[in-house]
Design a protein around this ligand. Structure first.
Ligand SMILES: Cc1cc2nc3c(=O)[nH]c(=O)nc-3n(C[C@H](O)[C@H](O)[C@H](O)COP(=O)(O)OP(=O)(O)OC[C@H]3O[C@@H](n4cnc5c(N)ncnc54)[C@H](O)[C@@H]3O)c2cc1C
Length: 449
């Protein structure tokens, strides 16, 4: 599928992820009633983390259960999209993109975009604790470490930090480590240096489903296996939900990611990593957490250059019913080659794929749809929704209720009309630059595998 074609509905027989192996016993496939209600106040399309947070916010705003005419439609089983298949990580991107953000949006917006993800991570963790969901989702507050395996990437990272500092950015949460420190402290080989900062790991499927369950006990109606097939204006001026085509064709592009749950070697089982990781190969990266329970598997995703069509291969691919064998192999080879004391082999407990929504400017669309009063969108997180969604949805709900919007949320997220008007060919060029210009910088280290 090309990036100009509308994304299809989620396909019917997806791979099963590590996270979805403990499905919710009731809500996995659930409809609140036999028939859909014919008239409701709000329809939420999708039961991922965005929909779950919207439902939670809407329901908690409405004290009277009878007024809560809120329906959630989910095309497949509950939270079976990106939220049920990601890397289990809230890892703020807090410095690496500073130079490109600064070039595109100026220093102030670049500082806000970088700071935002740290603020969002802290607010998300606090929200999970306040909601009493921290144990259920295995929330671990820790540090993420970006480990640099590519000379240019390491130089670019240091340059980005310098630029951000010069622009008056707040780097108080960020620590830089030299080669010896990085290899010793974080148990990796061939690392040039590292940058660490606060992050969390968690069970994202359980978070979304936990929030939906809470909202349901207060009136939310959930309909799984019920795709929305169109959204149109009825004669009475109300929105009518039937189909899903429209505004974002070519502007949000599906991109397939592969993840493997790898059994830990003896050393890593007895002494699990106490941090999360991101392996920096150039302008692209792979991501890893080690689970705190359940036999401590590594959850490791990325390795897109191993795709037969290199980095362009996953772009436009909306099929999460298969994994890409070359990528799964590369993910399995990584610990043997790079993790200190790992041993000679790595085996997969389970491997799966998931679909992300990428935008050419690498930022999500959040807000009301131009010319469609009362229709709101939060999408196109560009593989980084866990690190962006929480405060963005809070701000979306503030916007929908004409309230003051949290100033920490970058205003450019809401700039939908201007970004949608950007010509398709310009957007396409930006998309190519953003996601396939990474080939060169990634080719060196991956060839070493
Ligand atoms: C492999 C992979 C790795 C990732 N790694 C990270 C990471 O390390 N860090 C990070 O921050 N983020 C990561 N992400 C991204 C993150 O998971 C997403 O940005 C986030 O989960 C998006 O949440 P969402 O609720 O917007 O979308 P989703 O979770 O995809 O939810 C949308 C839901 O809508 C449903 N749906 C779609 N169309 C319709 C329709 N017409 N009618 C009804 N239902 C519909 C889908 O079935 C789906 O359940 C990763 C994603 C993947 C796939």
């Amino acid at each position: 599928m090309s990036s100009h074609q509308p994304a299809p509905l989620p396909i019917a027989n997806p791979t099963s992820s590590y996270w979805m192996h403990q499905p919710h016993p009731v809500l996995e496939n659930f409809c609140s009633s036999e028939e859909l209600p014919s008239h409701v106040e709000t329809v939420i399309i999708g039961s991922g983390i965005s929909g779950a947070l919207i439902a939670h916010d809407l329901i908690s705003r409405c004290p009277n259960v009878a007024d809560k005419r809120v329906v959630m439609l989910e095309a497949r089983s509950v939270a079976s999209g990106a939220t049920g298949r990601n890397g289990g990580h809230i890892k703020p991107d807090c410095y690496k993109n500073f130079a490109s953000f600064q070039e595109r949006h100026g220093s102030e917006t670049a500082k806000t975009l970088c700071r935002y993800e740290l603020e969002n991570m802290k607010a998300s963790a606090q929200f999970i604790i306040d909601e009493g969901l921290d144990k259920a989702v295995d929330l671990v507050k820790t540090n993420a470490v970006d480990l640099f395996l590519d000379e240019k990437a390491w130089e670019d990272a240091k340059a980005a930090l310098k630029l951000q500092l010069e622009a008056g950015g707040d780097l108080s949460d960020i620590t830089v480590h030299d080669k010896a420190q990085s290899e010793e402290k974080y148990r990796f080989n061939d690392v040039l240096g590292a940058v660490s900062y606060p992050a969390c790991s968690l069970w994202p499927y359980k978070l979304a489903v936990g929030l939906i369950e809470k909202a349901m006990s207060n009136g939310l109606q959930l309909f799984t296996n019920t795709p929305a097939l169109a959204v149109s204006l009825a004669a009475n001026g109300k929105w009518q939900i039937e189909t899903s085509k429209g505004h974002f064709v070519g502007k949000i592009v599906p991109v397939k990611g592969n993840v493997v749950a790898i059994e830990p070697s003896l050393d890593f089982a007895s002494r699990p990593l106490d941090h999360t990781c991101s392996l920096q190969w150039g302008s692209d990266f792979d991501y890893m957490i080690q689970r705190p329970t359940d036999g401590n598997p590594l959850i490791f995703g990325g390795c897109d250059l191993a795709h037969p069509r290199k980095l362009t291969g996953p772009i436009g691919d909306a099929d999460d019913s298969t994994t890409t064998p070359e990528i799964v192999d590369a993910l399995l080879q990584f610990p043997v080659k790079y993790m200190r004391g790992w041993g000679n082999e790595a085996s997969a407990r389970i491997s799966w794929s998931g679909i992300m929504g990428f935008t050419a400017d690498e930022l999500p669309f959040v807000g009301e749809l131009p010319g469609r009063t009362g229709q709101f969108v939060a999408a196109g997180y560009t593989g980084h929704g866990m690190a962006r969604v929480f405060l963005a949805i809070k701000a979306l709900m503030q916007l929908a209720h004409n309230e003051a919007i949290d100033p920490r949320v970058p205003r450019v997220y809401f700039d939908i009309e201007r970004r949608l008007k950007q010509k398709d060919d310009e957007w396409e060029t930006m998309l190519e630059e953003a996601y396939s210009g990474q080939k060169e910088s990634r080719s060196v280290p991956l060839e070493r595998l």
